[in-house]
Ligand binder design. Structure first.
Ligand code: AMP
Ligand code: MG
Length: 419
């Protein structure tokens, strides 16, 4: 059965239903950035392993420095100097102190580390001139990680801090899910690879930009793109190209999925034993979307228009790639935004409009990046986010609050500090 004309949320639920993460493999920690953890991961050790100093200074007993002031300092006997990585020689008794470095284990008997700035030391005597560090500046054993506790959940995409944590709990290799292999096939007699640009200059071809943008989007989502090239618009050529997708975990086609005279993709999928379980989504851009299976893998038939292809990939393809990768958070985040300009929609479909975001209160201000034709890829490249405009009402005033799906505009960078 083929579901048709679903709402975006229903289409997403259908496309992501029953996705099982790919098998586990082990990678060296240094190569784990961006990979998705395949198992809940616990620690066999506590971190820090022992109580240690968070300042360079003097390890003391609080009772010995209470009431100390600049003019009436506490006077203590310095029994040793403890460097980071060294073991304290002995317990600190009343009236005693140990000079200590940041990260060094504190000796028994102490409960405070007095910062160097509040002391005057000479020989084996130290004067403590302030009591403000009494009971302070000690990092407790296990305050970061408790031995036996789960530190990180399966499904976590590994960022630099995760890599750091995994190293500190002794994981030199990490169990992650295999990356999905994602076939990318362009269809259309008018298309050439970028290396045949002469044909574009001559005037009768265009570059198959989807081949490049989709491969890049697959990579950015954590998949491995497999380029199946460009299939001319004949059923045989299409079938021949599609056969090369065998063994992939996901098949992306672009174009040929609509109702034009040369739109053969759906027919060829069926001819190859595939299925079509969903066709057309109530959205713009991107309405003529197909979803099903081919060669036992999921098939996502994206529209050909360059913006439609990328927008539908963002909404349905990227989450699929991430779910196959085991990622517990397959979807892009959305945030509340304020419309900076009035808006009028032509049809009652969910629109995904390319917008810039500027700072604003209480929410960022969303402004269109330019004309919204689904062939205008430059307005997609300029977008920070896709503004999600529900099908109803068709007219919105400036100041209205909507949601926007954040893209990696400028790959997440800003030209200004802290903005
Ligand atoms: P189609 O869905 O095949 O009818 O294509 C719709 C529009 O998208 C047409 O203008 C195509 O030329 C264009 N198009 C299709 N595939 C690609 C592609 N791979 N790269 C760039 N434009 C494409
Ligand atoms: Mg076409």
């Amino acid at each position: 059965m083929t579901l048709s004309r679903l709402d975006v949320a229903d289409a997403s639920a259908h496309i992501l239903a029953n996705v099982v993460a790919l098998a586990e493999e082990h990678v060296p920690l240094a190569e784990a950035l961006g990979r998705v953890l395949a198992r809940d991961t616990g620690s066999s050790v506590s971190l820090p392993p022992r109580d240690n100093a968070s300042m360079d200074g003097f390890a003391v007993r609080a009772e010995d420095v209470r009431g100390a002031t600049r003019n009436a300092p506490a006077r203590l006997t310095v029994i040793e100097t403890i460097a980071a990585g060294a073991r304290p020689a002995r317990r600190v008794e009343r009236g005693e102190a140990a000079r200590i470095m940041t990260g060094a284990y504190v000796p028994d008997g102490v409960d405070s580390v007095i910062r160097v700035e509040d002391t005057d030391a000479s020989g084996d005597v130290v004067l403590v001139r302030d009591e403000r560090d009494a009971l302070r500046n000690i990092r407790r054993r296990g305050e970061d990680v408790q031995a036996g506790a789960i530190v990180m959940r399966a499904g976590t995409a590994l960022a630099p801090a995760h890599i750091g944590v995994l190293s500190s709990i002794g994981r030199a290799t990490v169990p992650v899910h295999r990356r999905p292999r994602v076939a990318v096939l362009a269809t259309g007699d008018e298309l050439v690879p970028v290396t045949d640009f002469d044909a574009v200059v001559a005037g009768d071809r265009i570059v198959s930009s989807n081949s490049y943008s989709l491969a890049a989007a697959v990579r950015a989502a954590g998949g491995e793109p497999v380029d199946l090239g460009i299939a001319p618009d004949t059923p045989d050529a299409l079938a021949e190209h599609l056969r090369r997708a065998e063994g992939c975990d996901l098949v992306l086609t672009s174009g040929g999925v609509s109702v034009g005279d040369f739109d053969y993709t759906r027919g060829v999928i069926a001819q190859l034993g595939g299925t079509l379980s969903l066709w057309k989504v109530r959205m713009r851009p991107g309405a003529p979307l197909g979803f099903g299976t081919v060669f036992g893998a999921r098939w996502l038939g994206l529209p050909g228009n360059p913006v439609s292809a990328l927008v539908t990939f963002e909404l349905f393809g990227r989450p699929l790639v991430r779910a196959l990768s085991g990622n517990a958070r397959p979807h892009r985040r959305t945030i509340a935004v304020t419309l900076a300009e009035p808006m009028k929609l032509a049809v009652p479909l969910t629109h995904f409009l390319r917008v810039h975001l500027d700072s604003g209160h209480p929410f960022p201000l969303a402004r269109l990046t330019g004309a919204q034709s689904s062939g205008m890829l430059t307005s997609m490249s300029a977008a920070d986010a896709l503004l999600v405009v529900p099908p109803d009402p068709l007219e919105l005033d400036a100041g209205a609050t909507l949601r926007a799906l954040l893209l990696d505009g400028d790959l997440g960078g800003s030209g200004r500090f802290l903005s």
